[in-house]
Design a protein around this ligand. Structure first.
Ligand code: GDP
Length: 195
């Protein structure tokens, strides 16, 4: 399903540009700089499939990738960039709402959470949106290599506490490190299981 069998399809900026809803779709979302590009590249084994960038908030398109013709992997623009112009944030929120509530084939959204930071208010905004749209989401902790076990446990407790308040949350967390490869096989298996 992955590794060399994942191709960029298109980037869209409006609902009218979405590819036909003809296969199951999973989606990755997260704050700018959460490690989303790194995770997509690590998952697919392709170095530069998703652009890794230190300019947060740059990618504003919803990027579609084809996983072996079986499933779409959808890369949502990073959110929560402090200096993003309001008009852009507005347009993005509108598109996100339309996408989440209108995409029949969307199986699950993976919300990436930086292991150093835990769930932030801006993450909860998108979670609330998914509660409202009844779209199941699952949290994926990123950069777990940056924390000691005790520190990680504290953050995980915070995340679990927040998830308990969201009806659309899938309770199980996935712990990943794109740098060390941790959790990638688990996440690949979950994604493949949703096809
Ligand atoms: P994006 O904005 O969400 O696409 O984030 P990037 O993938 O560009 O990553 C943001 C920063 O975090 C970059 O400097 C990455 O090198 C770093 N990073 C991403 N994943 C990991 C990880 O698993 N471990 C560590 N230590 N750093 C990571």
């Amino acid at each position: 399903l992955f590794a060399g069998d994942c191709d960029f399809v298109k980037g869209v900026v409006a609902m009218s540009g979405l590819p036909p809803a003809d296969r199951p779709e999973i989606c990755l979302a997260g704050r700018s700089n959460v490690g989303k590009s790194s995770l997509i590249n690590a998952l697919t084994g392709r170095k530069a499939l998703a652009r890794t960038s230190n300019t947060p908030g740059r990618t504003q398109e919803i990027n579609f990738f084809d996983l072996g013709g079986l499933e779409y992997l959808v890369d949502l623009p990073g959110y929560g960039y402090a200096n993003a112009p309001l008009a852009k944030v507005d347009a993005w929120q509108r598109l996100l709402k339309q996408y989440l509530s209108g995409r029949q084939t969307l199986r699950r959204v993976f919300v990436l959470i930086d292991a150093r930071h835990g769930v932030k208010p801006v993450d909860e905004e998108i979670m609330a949106l998914m509660d409202k749209s009844a779209v199941t989401f699952q949290c994926v902790m990123t950069k777990v290599d940056k924390l000691k076990a005790g520190e990680l446990d504290k953050v995980l407790a915070q995340v679990r506490g927040r998830l308990a308040t969201h009806p659309a949350a899938f309770p199980e967390l996935v712990l990943t490190s794109s740098a060390k490869g941790e959790g990638l096989a688990t996440l690949r298996a979950i994604i493949a299981g949703l096809a």
